[in-house]
Design a protein. Structure first.
Length: 158
């Protein structure tokens, strides 16, 4: 019986650690959580007031992209661009919208011929985005996040 009592006492003393709650560090939990979801996929895309009525995520993205393209096309159309040869190019603007809604051009990719024919095209594209209305940043899990995307701009001058 003495052995049984010692054994039970030993089991109870070591089992107490089993029931002890471990403290979870909130920073460790956050780091683990941030690694589990895809940052490239946001809950809502950046948007303008004019796009808020869109009901689906894809419609919202298309509205946002079309609104930006409209500003770029309107601005370029209002400029008196003179070329000696036809220009037909798809310029790719790599844009970043930070978590405050600030729009920045990260890179502009185009054919060398386009850059040669329209040397001021970089500054024209940058100026075209100066007049866009307030942008509401993308949302991921209730937090405003920075997003990057590419905007294709077709330039055709005959």
């Amino acid at each position: 019986m003495n052995r049984l009592a010692c054994f039970l006492l030993l089991v109870l003393l070591t089992a107490c650690d089993y029931f002890e709650k471990q403290k979870v560090n909130s920073e460790d939990l956050l780091k683990e959580e941030l690694q589990t979801f895809n940052w490239n996929d946001v809950d809502t895309y950046p948007t303008f007031n004019s796009c808020e009525a869109m009901t689906t995520k894809e419609d919202s993205r298309v509205c946002f992209q079309n609104t930006l393209l409209q500003y770029v096309n309107d601005y370029l159309g209002s400029q008196n661009i003179v070329v000696s040869e036809d220009v037909n190019d798809t310029i790719r603007l790599k844009l970043i919208i930070d978590n405050t809604g600030l729009l920045q051009i990260e890179d502009i990719t185009m054919k060398p011929e386009t850059r040669f024919m329209i040397p001021e095209i970089d500054s024209l594209l940058r100026q075209s985005l100066n007049g866009v209305p307030k942008i509401f940043p993308a949302i991921k899990r209730g937090q405003q996040v920075t997003t990057a995307f590419e905007l294709p701009v077709i330039v055709k001058i005959d």
